[in-house]
Design a protein around this ligand. Structure first.
Ligand SMILES: *Cc1c(COP(=O)(O)O)cnc(C)c1O
Length: 401
C-alpha cells in the first residue's frame, strides 16, 4: 500500500457511510478491459463495474458522444423534449418489440417504476389485484419496494416495516408459482437470468410456462434485465434467447456504458395506465445519459457484436468446464450463458478473488461460493485465457491444501 492509498483509505473511513466491503485498491483509469490503480498497477477487469462497462473503459465512441453532449447541454428538465431522449426511447421500443420507454437513473428506480405502473394497471381493474410474486435469491434493488421484491431476507433485516403485497417462489419451479397465483396476482417479476443470487439461467420451458400462467391470471410478466440484458446473454434482451416476451422489461447497468441510467419498457396497454403526474424524475433520461445510451443502443445490437459475446462466452464457459473437470473436489457447477457466467465452488470464493486481485485480476464472488464473471462485452479470447490461467493456478494451489 502506498502513502496515497493509505491517505484515501483514511479519508474514506472518516467520511463515508460504511456500507461497502471494499477491496484495498484505489482505481484510477482504464482502457478496454484493463484498469490501473493510483500506484500504476494494472488489472484485467472481469467485473466491468458490475456489468456496467459493457464497451470497456475509455471507449472512443462513448467518450466522444458524452464530450459533444456535455458542450451542448448536460441536463434540462423533463418538462421539455430533447433529441437524445426521444432517440433512445425509440431505439428501446424497436429493439424490445414493446410500446413505450421511461428513463430513471438506476436499476432500483427502473424496477420501482415497473412495480408502480403494474399496480396502477392492475388496481384499475380490481383494487385487490396487488400481489407481486418474485423469486427467492432474486435481486431487484435497494429502495423499499425493490428490496421487498428481492427474495433474500437479509437485505430487509432491520429495515421494516416493508411494503406489503409481495410473495416469493423458487425460481424454475412452475408448480409452486401456479399454486401462488390467482386473479389477485398483479405481476410476476423475475430476473431473466438471476445474477446476484448465483447466476441461474431459466430451465427449458420455464419462462414460457410463466408467460402462460401470467396470461391465464391476467397478470403482468416483468422481467428484470438490469444485469443480464444489453447484449450480455448473446441476445440484446436475454428474453429473446428464451422465446418469451414480457409486458415490462427493466434495464440499467450497461445501458449507458457507465453513465447512470435506468429504464423500464412496457407495452402500450400498460403504458396507458400512467397519465400526466403519475410518475416522474428530475434527472432521469437527461441528455447526457441518453447521448451515452444512444451509443450503446447503436453498437451492441449489431449482429457482429452479439456474435462476439456469444462466441467469447462459449469459449469462456468451455474453459471453466475444463477447470471443473480438473478440480472436481473444488468446483460444484458451472452455469450461465454469454458473458454472464458462474462457477460454484465447494470452498469460499473470497480468498480466490483476493489472491486473483494480488495477481492483477478483478474477479467477483457472490452468495459466498459462486465466482461470477460479468466482464466488459468486448473481452477477447486471450483475456479469457489469462483469467482461466489464474483460476487454474489458484484452484491448483487450493487443491493441494
Ligand atoms: C444491480 C441490479 C439491480 C439494482 O440496480 P441499481 O442500479 O444498483 O439500483 C436490480 N436488479 C438487478 C438484476 C441487478 O443486477
Amino acid at each position: 500500500m502506498s502513502d496515497l492509498d493509505n491517505k484515501i483509505f483514511a479519508e474514506d473511513k472518516a467520511s463515508y457511510v460504511p456500507v461497502f466491503q471494499r477491496y484495498k485498491v484505489v482505481l484510477d483509469h482504464g482502457k478496454g478491459a484493463e484498469v490501473w490503480d493510483v500506484d500504476g498497477k494494472k488489472y484485467l477487469d472481469f467485473l466491468g463495474g458490475i456489468a456496467v462497462n459493457v464497451l470497456g473503459h475509455d471507449d472512443p465512441r462513448l467518450v466522444d458522444a458524452i464530450t459533444k453532449q456535455a458542450h451542448k447541454m448536460l441536463h434540462c428538465s423533463n418538462l421539455y423534449y430533447t433529441q437524445p431522449q426521444a432517440d433512445a426511447a425509440e431505439k428501446l421500443v424497436k429493439l424490445s418489440g414493446l410500446g413505450k420507454a421511461f428513463f430513471g437513473n438506476s436499476g432500483a428506480e427502473a424496477n420501482e417504476g415497473a412495480i408502480k405502473i403494474a399496480r396502477k394497471w392492475a388496481t384499475a381493474q380490481d383494487p385487490e389485484k396487488v400481489q407481486i410474486i418474485t423469486a427467492w435469491m432474486s435481486f431487484h434493488g435497494r429502495t423499499y419496494a425493490t428490496l421487498t421484491a428481492t427474495g433474500q431476507p437479509h437485505y430487509q433485516e432491520g429495515l421494516g416495516p416493508v411494503p406489503g403485497g409481495f410473495d416469493y417462489v423458487h425460481y424454475n419451479d412452475l408448480e409452486e408459482l401456479e399454486k401462488m397465483m390467482s386473479e389477485k396476482t398483479c405481476a410476476v417479476m423475475l430476473e431473466t437470468i438471476q445474477g446476484e443470487g448465483g447466476v441461474y439461467t431459466p430451465a427449458p420451458g420455464y419462462l414460457e410456462g410463466v408467460r402462460k400462467l401470467c396470461d391465464k391470471y391476467h397478470a403482468l410478466l416483468i422481467l428484470d434485465e438490469i444485469q443480464a440484458g444489453i447484449g450480455r446473454s448473446g441476445k440484446f434482451f436475454a428474453y429473446q434467447k428464451y422465446g418469451v416476451k414480457p409486458d415490462i422489461v427493466t434495464l440499467a447497468k450497461g445501458l449507458a456504458g457507465g453513465v447512470p441510467i435506468g429504464a423500464f419498457v412496457v407495452t402500450d396497454e400498460v403504458a396507458n395506465a400512467f397519465g400526466p403526474g403519475d410518475h416522474g424524475t428530475t434527472f432521469g433520461g437527461n441528455p447526457l445519459a441518453c447521448a451515452a445510451a444512444n451509443v450503446i443502443l447503436d453498437t451492441i445490437p449489431q449482429p457482429e457484436f452479439l456474435q462476439h459475446v456469444e462466441e467469447t462466452g462459449a469459449y469462456f464457459k468451455a474453459g471453466l468446464e475444463r477447470l471443473a473437470k480438473k478440480y472436481p473436489a473444488l468446483v460444484k457447477d458451472v452455469r450461465g450463458t454469454g458473458l454472464i457466467l458462474g462457477m460454484e465452488l465447494t470452498i469460499p470464493g473470497t480468498p480466490i478473488v483476493n489472491q486473483a486481485l494480488e495477481k492483477g485480476f478483478i474477479l467477483n464472488c457472490t452468495v459466498g461460493k459462486v465466482l461470477r464473471f460479468i466482464p466488459p462485452l468486448i473481452v477477447t479470447n486471450e483475456q479469457v485465457d489469462a483469467v482461466l490461467g489464474v483460476l487454474d493456478e489458484l484452484l491448483g494451489a487450493a487443491a493441494e491444501k
